[in-house]
Write a protein that binds this ligand. Structure first.
Ligand code: SAH
Length: 224
């Protein structure tokens, strides 16, 4: 998979990909991820990427020209499955959308900042808009990092145990059962006996029952 992220603040995207699972996916060559700074695409003499809003009001707006030039230059090298604008009023990001996107080959993620991007970017340049939740962030960078994290870990070969992603919450319409590790008794707080039984089928049954119970309690709207 190839992901190009477009931002006016590339530094914000340095650390999420510099460690752990995402770094390994990149090092193994399973994912190619490039962060593109918008500033060099500005024809403005100060390399500005934003300007005042027409009609007045507080907050700057990201200009269409640098974004258009950046997207056009990327399109010269590859065909994109989706050009996604991270936006608080976009389609809500879910595990099912993460599954769909993890099957794509080439993605562009466009991060807004300030008041957002000139509306004409949304009308003419992007193919999809995604929100990571009903709250407003200062910029799309953290949202893009969230999206990348959740889709990259689903690509075969990224997690050391591939079945791990399948037993995570939401994959089967259920939240995950509780997990425990050593010690089995900590300050008298004991783990469920069944986990020490060595009886694989019983353990699976217990996990499934716990997942059902938790889903009923915490996410009654989910359907297995
Ligand atoms: N004025 C806009 C908010 C702009 S926030 C509004 O009221 O809708 C600045 C940028 O942060 C946005 O352009 C978007 O790229 C990003 N952003 C903010 N909240 C987000 C969210 N919940 N999901 C995805 N991106 C978000």
């Amino acid at each position: 998979m190839h992901i190009d992220i477009i931002t006016c603040l590339p530094k914000l995207l340095e650390s999420p990909f510099a460690d752990s699972i995402l770094k390994r996916a990149i090092d193994k060559g399973i994912v190619e991820l490039t962060v593109h700074d918008l500033r060099p695409f500005s024809t403005n003499k100060h390399h500005a990427t934003d300007d005042y809003a027409f009609g007045g009001g507080a907050g700057m707006v990201m200009m269409i020209e640098p974004i258009d030039r950046c997207i056009s230059s990327l399109k010269e090298h590859r065909q994109y499955d989706e050009i996604i604008y991270m936006s608080p009023d976009g389609e809500l990001f879910t595990q099912s959308l993460a599954n769909q996107l993890s099957l794509k080959k080439n993605l562009i993620l466009l991060c807004g900042h300030y008041k957002g991007v000139d509306e004409r970017v949304r009308e003419h340049l992007v193919t999809r808009e995604i929100s990571i939740g009903d709250y407003v962030l200062s910029g799309g960078e953290l949202a893009a990092a969230v999206l990348c994290d959740s889709i990259i870990r689903l690509i075969p070969g990224v997690l050391s145990d591939e079945t791990s992603a399948l037993t995570d919450s939401f994959q089967d319409g259920l939240v995950a059962p509780p997990v425990y590790t050593r010690p089995a008794d900590y300050k008298g707080w004991k783990i469920p006996e069944v986990l020490l039984s060595g009886h694989g089928a019983k353990i699976e049954e217990w996990r499934h029952d716990m997942a059902l119970e938790r889903t009923k309690q915490r996410r009654p709207g989910l359907t297995p």
